[in-house]
Design a protein around this ligand. Structure first.
Ligand code: TYD
Ligand code: MG
Length: 460
């Protein structure tokens, strides 16, 4: 195959250069040139035709939307229930899934298990490993108890060879582990660079759409959000799943952050065991730590991202700090913490200006919904005063800058789950107060932060 010419395109202005340069010759931006294959042929991708476009291409037929028959997508459940939940029901024909997560969190393990289950369900699977040797994958499969698996294995990192193998073996699902190790012959950039990762993913996506073969790409993310990581791929693929959780704890969350075939923010919960990942079908209470007596600085909330309510403990530690006190949050938004501290001071008279404030969502879970606000504020106040919240206490609700407490979506479901797990006192936004009482749960409905603080003072 004749090599196509490579050019370097500026991500800022779109200008091109035949060579890599530190500074874009067109707009002067630094480090913005990335390599691209320019396919042979004049006028490729040029849409500047002063005399009109008719000379460049023929007009294509269009049709009214109503005349097109909508087709349901065909899904095959992988047999791993928690994975199917985040995928929106199963693997979709021609669908491209990206699974991101920190190294060692369990991506390869989960996919090997899923491929084995799919193979058993009658879908031929190909597992392409670029990070580990065949022997290492075989060792893992023995550990997982699937060493008799008929999953086809290919240890290869060159894209062209992978595509040729896929073409020859015609599997229904291909796993590429990982996209960062895959490289194309067409580019001179090193494997793992943005240009390589993007080019390889684009080819694999085109192959998936053209043949109906489902593709699962594994990508690494670094704590910083990863340069050359899968972030650049998110818009290319149909579904993006991210692994969350602490590699040191047993539990792993897989969250759908984009899904063209299902709901976003859906969560699958797994436990890492000696024999691989096992689904946790009733996960609501796993993010609570076990205190024999209530401790200061701890407040439980119910989060509802996806379809299942999860009870999560928020912990805060307020300790006297130096001249520039630190604010640190793990699993919660740092900017939001600063805002909540300001609201706490202004509207509830709780001052933490000269204090270090640390906040943590227990178990490595990440909470992005603002419904955590009230629990964060109560745990901070509880730590500052050294006074524990009562046993069986929980709180949720968004807090605004004016000190108002706003409702959280689907409050009833959250409260019912809490009651089911034996919680007895809840502070919730007024609009979330149930019309009928919930058995075993005393509900304090509040409209403002001050009210919430007063409730706690009254019952603490
Ligand atoms: P792995 O799937 O290799 O992670 P990733 O592909 O995301 O980098 O998972 C590696 C970790 O999981 C490793 O620390 C060992 C642990 N593990 C188990 O605890 N039990 C098992 O059965 C397996 C296969 C791995
Ligand atoms: Mg791996």
């Amino acid at each position: 195959m004749a090599k196509d010419k490579t050019t370097f395109t500026c991500t800022e202005c779109g200008g091109t250069s035949p060579r890599w340069l530190g500074k874009c010759p067109s707009c002067g931006a630094w480090n913005s040139l990335i390599e691209q294959v320019a396919e042979a042929g004049p006028g490729k991708n040029r849409l500047s035709a002063p005399q009109g476009y008719a000379g460049l291409a023929h007009a294509q037929p269009v049709m009214p939307l109503a005349a097109i028959e909508a087709q349901d997508v065909a899904r095959t459940p992988s047999g791993i229930e928690e994975l199917d939940r985040v995928l929106g029901g199963g693997i979709v024909e021609g669908g491209v899934v990206l699974i991101g997560g920190d190294p060692g969190i369990g991506k390869s393990t989960l996919l090997l298990q899923a491929m084995d289950a799919l193979q058993r369900a009658g879908l031929p699977a190909l597992y392409v490993t670029g990070e580990e040797s065949g022997a290492q994958v075989a060792l893992r499969s023995r550990r997982l108890g699937i060493d008799g698996s008929q999953v086809q294995l290919l240890a290869e990192i060159q894209l062209e060879k992978i595509l040729a193998t896929v073409d020859a073996t015609q599997p229904a699902v291909v796993v590429i582990d990982s996209i960062q190790t895959t490289y194309s012959d067409q580019l001179t950039s090193a494997p793992g660079s943005v240009a390589q990762v993007r080019e390889c993913a684009a080819h694999l996506t085109r192959m998936a759409k053209g043949t109906g073969i489902a593709v699962i790409l594994v990508g690494h993310v670094t704590k910083e959000g990863a340069l050359a990581g899968p972030r650049v791929l998110e818009h290319m693929v149909d579904t993006v799943l991210y692994f969350e959780g602490d590699t040191h704890s047993q539990f792993r969350l897989v969250r759908a952050i984009k899904n063209r075939f299902g709901a976003v923010n859906e969560i699958g919960v797994f436990a890492m065991t000696e024999k691989g990942l096992k689904g946790v079908s009733n996960p609501s209470a796993i993010f609570l730590s076990q205190h024999s007596e209530p401790v200061p600085g701890s407040c439980v909330m119910v989060t509802l991202e996806g379809t299942r309510p999860l009870l999560v403990e928020i912990q805060a530690l307020v300790d006297s700090g130096g001249p520039s006190p630190r604010r640190l949050s793990v699993g919660l938004d740092k900017d939001r913490l600063a805002m909540l501290l300001a609201v706490l001071h202004r509207h509830a008279g709780v001052a933490c200006m000269d204090q270090d404030v640390f906040v943590n969502a227990v178990g490595g879970v990440r909470i992005s919904e603002p419904a955590a606000d009230l629990a964060v504020m109560l745990s901070i106040t509880s730590s500052l005063r050294g006074k524990a919240l009562p046993r069986g206490f929980l709180a949720f609700g968004e807090v605004g800058l004016a000190g108002e407490v706003r409702p959280a979506p689907r409050g009833q479901e959250r409260l019912k789950e809490a009651a089911k797990l034996g919680f007895s006192v809840a502070v919730v936004p007024k609009a979330n107060a149930p019309k009928k009482p919930i058995e075993g749960l005393t509900i304090h409905a509040v409209e403002r932060v001050e009210e919430a603080m007063n409730v706690v003072r009254g019952i603490g």
